[in-house]
Structures are given as C-alpha cells and as structure tokens.
Ligand binder design. Structure first.
Ligand code: NAP
Ligand code: MG
Length: 401
C-alpha cells in the first residue's frame, strides 16, 4: 500500500507528560504507517520552552500563520511547583495564552459522541459545540468595595479631554461595584470566527446575550453579530442550508436542554466558561472533547481539551501501567489532517481522517476502551485496555476498514 502524500507541512507542537507519550504512539501506530507525514516540528515541552526562553512557543504560532494549520499536544502551564520540578528560569506563561494572543480568535469545543457513552440529557443525539469569546467582560474587570454611603459614577475621558459621566449608584451604605469592558474589534473577530466555523462544519449557529437588560453592552454584541451576518454571511448560510439564530441567554439555555444537538452555541466569555463545563460533563468526559482555535484570518490550531494527565505520567515513570484515553489527541490530528487535505485539495487525506475517527469510535463501541470510559459506559463487560493496547486496537480496527 502506498502512503498518502502531503504537499504542505502541518505545524506540529509537541507537549508534556502523558500526552507527550501518547503523541509519539499515535504517530508511530496510526499516522506514519499510512501517511507520508510532513510536519514542521516545534517542541513545546516545558524543558525546551525553558531552554529557548519560550521563544519556541512564539515561533510555533508564527509558523501557524505561515502554513495555516497546527496540531498541538497538551502542555504544562507552569506554577510554583513546576518551577522546582523543572528548574525553570521563569514561570513561563501558558502556551495556549501566548498562541491565542498571536493568532487571535475563538475556541470551539465539541464532544465526541459514541454509542454506549450516553449524554445525561436524553434528547441530545448530536454534539453541541461551544464557541467561547475569550476576551474581556468579567475576566478583565475592575472592582471596588464601597465602604460607606457615597456616589459611584462611570467617567469616560476622550483623548481631547471631553468627559462623559453616568451615575452607577448613590449608595446609602456599604456595597460593591464592578467595571467591565469589551472592544468592538474583539467582538467582530469573535463573530467572524463563529460564522466561518458554522459554514465550515455546516451547522446552525446560535448566539445569545441578555440584551433586554443590558441595552448597551450586550446589545452591542447582538448588533455586531447581526450586522456582520447580514453583510457578509447571509448568502453563504442560505446556500449551505444553515441558520443563524439569536435569542436571549435564558431562552437559549432552555432550548439547548430540549434540543437534539448538532449546532454551534456562541457564548460571551462568562457564559462560555460556565456552559462548556456543563456541556462536556453532560456528554461524558473531558477525554472525549475536541478543541480548535479558529482565527479570524483563517488559521486553525487543533488540540485536545484536557491537560497533560500528570497523575498518569507519574505512574508511567514508576513503570506502572496506565490507561490514558488518547481519543481527543487523535482527533486533534485528524482535525488538522482533514483541514490540510481540504486546503491542499488532497481528498485521500480527508478520507483517512474520517476513517481514523470512525476507527476510534468503533473500537469503543465494540467494547474496547480505556478505564475512564469503562467507568461510565452502558456497554456491558467492557474490555479495559492500557494506553498502548488501546491505540493498537484502534490500528487493528482501522486496518480492517
Ligand atoms: P488533566 O491533565 O486534564 O487531568 C485531570 C484528570 O482528568 C486526570 O488526572 C484524569 O483523571 C482525567 N483525565 C484527563 N484527561 C484524561 C485522558 N486523556 N484519559 C484519562 N483520564 C483523563 O488536568 P490537570 O491534571 O489539572 O493538569 C495537568 C497539567 O496539564 C497541568 O500542568 C496543566 O497546566 C496542564 N493543562 C494543559 C492544557 C492544555 O495544554 N490545553 C489544558 C489543561 C491543563 P484520573 O486521575 O482520575 O484518572
Ligand atoms: Mg471554567
């Protein structure tokens, strides 16, 4: 069998701990035997980030701008404990934060749906993808504790010195106050990413805020989305047979619980934080969740939604057996390979990505899975496999297909 040829390299961002071990196994067993894999390799493992003063992270993001598609392994975000463990020169920033700051964009997270790992919500038949705006609001707020009676005002001073004031509240006693902001640029790029991703995946897009109460702040989000949609995307949505649907956030929550799934739910920053944890836990497991950063300029960075699975890695280092689920990391690769195939017009690459995903799902549905899934499956007497054997089983399923 001849291997599938690639024309443009993928930007490969290697990572840390257990996911770094899985990364190599996935390449050896599931990719290299079938694809003449072209990647530009960046080692974002913490040791190498430290050696390069974290320049490697910036270079990998710049390479993503050059080639358009990246696949990323989970990485350690250092804290005090990691400073000593890895003898770090500095408490380097979160690689995901650095990459997001360079590429801009929106993170889309979707569960991988498998028969036998049933969502807790009975009506959900298809995945629900959360698109979370990643800038501003309560995450960049300014707060004040008001000790006693007094007046709080918002003051805007323009560059030419003009002032505009609005009364927040006249306090009769102690209380609290908070200032939030967002930027039109950021809201616009959020909107573009959502509309592009909806077209890309041919799914309806829902967006919700509380514009009836927040007549300026949330209303701006609503207006920006509607304007951009009408001007730039409506025709393409009609042609693709998909819909853009705006409603109030409380109405959206109620509808989501009764829906079948199969759409993208765009959320403001706080709503996305809260709702993505609800969606992922209701669908089963963080190890069955894909994540992709889509930039408004059309760059894509695929990864798993979970971390480096540190606890399993320490077991692995002690020579103990691990049963770590590699599905989300495999789907990061298939997402990136499929996108590369689409951009470079290599249908075999897209077909391979589809098949590998099907092989993962079939292996689990045949009752062969890692421990995290065995604990929650409705399949009777599942076979619990270790990290390597699970990947080997997926390879067997793939070869049989
Ligand atoms: P984690 O790696 O997601 O793991 C937390 C727990 O979830 C694990 O101990 C394990 O539970 C379970 N789990 C997660 N992924 C699994 C998988 N693929 N298969 C089986 N079980 C899985 O989160 P963490 O332990 O809080 O973080 C570890 C490191 O990852 C940190 O240094 C953090 O900075 C980093 N991190 C990176 C990213 C990223 O790069 N995108 C995201 C989050 C965290 P049991 O132990 O009960 O088996
Ligand atoms: Mg959260």
């Amino acid at each position: 069998m001849s291997k599938i040829q690639m024309t443009t390299p993928l930007v490969e961002m290697d990572g840390d701990e257990m996911t770094r071990i899985l990364w190599q196994m996935i390449k050896d067993e599931l990719l290299l035997p079938f694809i003449d894999l072209k990647t530009e390799y960046y080692d974002l493992g913490l040791e190498h980030r430290n050696e390069t003063d974290d320049k490697v992270t910036v270079e990998s993001a710049e390479a993503t701008k050059k080639y358009g598609v990246a696949v990323k392994c989970a990485t350690i975000t250092p804290n005090a404990a990691r400073m000593t463990e890895y003898n770090l020169k500095e408490m380097w920033k979160s690689p995901n934060g650095t990459i997001r700051a360079i590429l801009d964009g929106t993170v889309f997270r979707a569960p991988i749906v498998v028969k036998g790992i049933d969502p807790n919500v009975k009506s959900w038949k298809k995945p629900i993808t959360i698109a979370r705006h990643a800038y501003g609001d309560v995450y960049k707020n300014t707060e004040m504790v008001i000790p006693a009676a007094g007046k709080v005002e918002l003051v805007y001073t323009s560059e030419d010195g003009k002032e505009e004031r609005a009364l927040v509240h006249t306090f009769n006693g102690p209380g609290v106050v908070q200032g939030q902001h967002n930027l039109n640029d950021s809201i616009e790029s959020f909107a573009h990413s959502c509309f592009k991703y909806a077209l890309d995946t041919k799914q309806d897009l829902w967006f919700a805020t509380k514009d009836t109460i927040s007549k300026k702040y949330d209303h701006t989000f609503k207006d920006v989305f509607q304007e951009i949609f009408d001007k730039e995307y409506k025709a393409a949505f009609d042609a693709a047979g998909i819909e853009y649907f705006y409603t109030l956030i409380d109405d959206a929550v109620a509808r989501v619980m009764k829906s079948e799934g199969g759409f993208i739910w765009a959320c403001k920053n706080y709503d996305g934080d809260v709702m993505s944890d609800m969606i992922s836990s209701a669908f089963g497991s963080l190890a069955m969740m894909t994540s992709v950063l889509v930039s408004p300029a059309g760059y894509y960075e695929y990864e798993a939604a979970h971390g480096t699975v540190q606890r399993h890695y320490y077991k692995h280092l002690k020579g103990e057996e691990t049963s770590t689920n590699s599905v989300a990391t495999i789907f990061a690769w298939t997402g990136a390979l499929r996108k590369r195939g689409e951009l470079d017009n290599i249908p075999e690459l897209c077909i391979f990505a589809d098949k590998l995903e099907k092989a993962c799902i079939k292996t689990i549905e045949d009752g062969k899975m890692t421990k995290d899934l065995a604990l929650i499956t409705s399949i009777e007497k599942p076979t619990v496999l270790n990290s390597r054997d699970f990947i080997i089983e997926i390879r067997k399923t793939l070869e049989a297909m």
